[in-house]
Design a protein around this ligand. Structure first.
Ligand SMILES: Nc1ncnc2c1ncn2[C@@H]1O[C@H](COP(=O)(O)OP(=O)(O)OP(=O)(O)O)[C@@H](O)[C@H]1O
Length: 261
């Protein structure tokens, strides 16, 4: 199994604070990682590094066999699919849902004069269908519900057949039905052997889809625990990550929940 992401003693400093502190982390092809941690733990900073959007202050980052700092990031970024609030914010609200997805082929956020062929059109529509929003292809992005927007962004992230997929809080702002629908679709993605290596950040243990294989727990920029999910998401590790005495339940369907004791 080849590694798609390798962080070696990665530190990101801002002022006199290390917002990531000597982080070691390897993601292999075929793995599905969840990243958990309280507000301010450094999750978004870690994803920015993984997505080749940020260079570390110290340490080495290897993404898809390229070394960050020694590669043209504009060639590397199209190989990484990302769904996040900053990506959503770049999309013009009047853009159609089909265009939100298809424009990923050129790495642009709004349609202008690019030429798309029938393969691109077919691929974008198939992804919209996969994510349950094929019927919304002609609607404007701004008119979608939060849940529909999140699904459109994931379809966009998958448009270029990326080798690594990064999902930053895909369940944020969703009601229970929307969340469960999304988690079900992410489970299908997780168990699909053709799907890219996936990294998902969430604040909620309930949002971890069954089929995710590994977890990284972050607190104050440091890794509290990382490894296979069943060994890593434990009462002890999750309590230490959030600084709270938690009662964690692993459900028979492969999902998790936690409450304060
Ligand atoms: N440019 C910056 N300058 C100073 N501090 C920063 C900068 N960017 C991030 N930070 C700080 O680094 C810490 C980690 O931020 P980050 O956004 O990575 O955390 P997070 O785990 O994603 O948090 P949240 O769950 O609230 O989104 C925070 O304390 C944040 O205020």
């Amino acid at each position: 199994m080849a590694s798609v992401l390798k962080l070696n003693r990665v530190t990101v400093s801002r002022g006199n604070k290390n917002i990531l502190d000597t982080v070691n982390w390897t993601v292999q092809d075929g793995q599905r990682w969840v990243v958990l941690g309280p507000n301010g733990a450094g999750k978004t900073t870690l994803l920015s590094i993984a997505a080749a959007r940020l260079h570390p202050t110290a340490g080495e980052v290897d993404i898809l066999d390229e070394i960050l700092g020694a590669v043209d990031v504009f060639e590397l970024r199209p190989r990484i699919g990302i769904s996040s609030a900053p990506v959503a914010a770049q999309i013009p609200i009047k853009e159609t849902v089909l265009n939100v997805v298809i424009t990923a082929a050129y790495g642009v956020a709004g349609r202008w004069n690019e030429q798309y062929d029938s393969f691109d059109d077919h691929q974008a529509r198939a992804l919209l269908d996969d994510w349950g929003i094929g019927h919304l292809a002609d609607r404007t992005f701004g008119s979608l519900s939060e849940g529909e927007k999140k699904r459109a962004l994931i379809a966009r992230a998958l448009m270029t057949d990326p080798e690594m997929l990064i999902l930053d809080e895909p369940g944020a702002g969703m009601d229970i039905a929307g969340r469960e629908d999304l988690v079900g679709r992410l489970t299908n993605l997780a168990v699909d052997p053709a799907a890219p290596a996936t990294i998902l950040v969430t604040h909620h243990l309930e949002e971890i889809p069954a089929g995710f294989t590994h977890a990284l727990l972050l607190r104050d920029g440091k890794v509290v625990a990382e490894g296979p999910i069943e060994e890593t998401i434990t009462t002890e590790n999750v309590s230490a990550t959030y600084g709270l005495d938690l009662d964690l339940t692993t459900h028979s369907n492969g999902r998790f929940s936690a409450f304060a004791r």
